[in-house]
Ligand binder design. Structure first.
Ligand code: TRP
Length: 405
């Protein structure tokens, strides 16, 4: 079986470091691994509209931002299909059929939906589209027969729900859809990168993000004001590593050669942590080190972004071509789904022949009966009988019968 990746992001803002370590960096590695036959990367604008229905302009503006972020982290359009969700209407049709396979209570139990409902104060008035977006996400994944979905940990319940839908569909309608596997980041620090303020999640609404497109100076400022250990007041004080954002970021971004390049006094991260915990190591030094590592990772991304920004029509063209290609693939899956669900009436020659057979037999029976009736009475019936034969069925049998009497 082909190995296929599908993943994507909602275009509600520029992508940040949380996206980078949680998923983007992994996508590029998977792309370059050469293990996958096809890779689809989707800008989920239709999903973004499920909780931004009154703000289409925001979604519209961010499509190009997300596309630029993708290209600048190294997603290569010659190896991956980058496309826009709303330009593949087949996805809506799939979702419409999958809705029959999911209960309201199952959706209510989806932990991601639950938290998002709370975050958006939707409790009293959840838009139906938002409530059902896990089902639409199942269409995104299955339409491309994805075997692998590299995502951040908050998407785990979505993949679980997709697997359930696939199982149900295949049980009811026969083996048709592919069951996807989720691929989470290996490194625990990357599972959920905290915001610069130490809050659990990097999120635009909390204003605690470092964006991939931030300037070098903005990144430095954000790092310098980052949350550390509030009890580590003087340099001599022992410091705490747990919950210390700077160290979580180091866990996420340190490379094997980072110390050699930027801080050769320490052999590795463990030694640095040990010194911090012992006391005698100031936050500013550690932040400067983090800044050096982050700038090293972000600089090539910023440079590539600058190049792609010079040709915005070219980027839109990548999205247009990607969307056309994605549409073809999704249409093929939809055809399989329709066939499995027995709603492929016009493509099903057997169905037409079968019904043709039933009706021909029925009509012939009816006509023979009428002819017998005619014989039973007399010729006065003839006019009515002729009319009936002509109107009704134009069938050779009835005419043949007429001519011989
Ligand atoms: N829900 C994802 C997010 O919020 C975006 C998304 C939509 C997605 N469809 C998907 C991710 C399918 C992976 C697979 O970022």
């Amino acid at each position: 079986m082909s190995k296929i990746i599908l993943t994507g992001d909602r275009p509600t803002g520029r992508l940040h470091l949380g996206h980078y370590v949680g998923s983007l960096r992994r996508r590029v590695e998977l792309q370059n691994s050469g293990v996958y036959d096809k890779i689809f990367i989707m800008i989920a604008d239709a999903q973004a509209l499920t909780d931004n229905a009154d703000n289409p302009e925001k979604v519209r503006q961010n499509i190009i931002e997300v596309a630029l972020d993708y290209l600048s982290v190294g997603i290569d359009p010659s190896q991956c299909t980058i496309f826009i969700q709303s330009q593949v209407p087949e996805l809506c049709e799939l979702a419409f059929y999958y809705m029959n396979l999911v209960t309201v209570s199952r959706l209510q139990r989806n932990p991601t939906v639950k938290t998002e409902i709370q975050m958006r104060n939707f409790e009293a008035s959840i838009p139906v589209g938002f409530f059902t977006y896990p089902i639409s996400q199942a269409s995104d994944i299955t339409a491309f027969r994805a075997t692998t979905v590299p995502v951040g940990v908050d998407q785990a319940p979505m993949i679980e729900q997709t697997r359930e839908i696939v199982h149900k569909f295949n049980t009811v309608y026969g083996e048709t859809l592919v069951t996807p596997e989720m691929k989470l980041p290996d490194n625990a620090a990357c599972l959920r990168l905290p915001g610069t303020d130490g809050k659990a999640k990097m999120s635009k609404s909390l204003g605690n993000c470092i964006y991939l497109s931030d300037s070098a100076e903005d990144v430095r400022k954000k790092i310098m004001s980052m949350y550390t250990d509030p009890n580590h007041i003087r340099v001599e004080d022992p410091g705490q590593i747990e919950g210390n954002t700077v160290f979580t970021y180091l866990d996420a971004f340190c490379q094997p050669d980072s110390f050699e390049k930027h801080w050769p006094e320490y052999p590795n991260l463990d030694a640095l942590k040990e010194h911090y915990q012992r006391g005698g190591l100031g936050d500013v030094k550690v932040k400067k080190f983090l800044n050096a590592i982050l700038q090293e990772a972000l600089e090539p991304i910023r440079q590539r972004r600058k190049e792609f920004e010079k040709d915005i029509p070219g980027v839109y063209e990548i999205l247009r071509k990607g969307s056309l290609c994605a549409r073809e693939v999704a249409a093929a899956t939809l055809a399989d789904v329709r066939r499995a669900m027995k709603i492929d009436y016009f493509d099903d020659a057997e169905l037409i022949a079968e019904h043709d057979g039933i009706h021909t037999a029925f009509l012939q029976g009816q006509q023979i009966f009428l002819c017998l009736l005619y014989h039973f009475f007399d010729g006065s019936f003839r006019f009515f009988f002729q009319e009936l034969c002509y109107f009704n069925y134009n069938s050779s049998l009835s005419y043949r019968y007429l001519f011989c009497i």
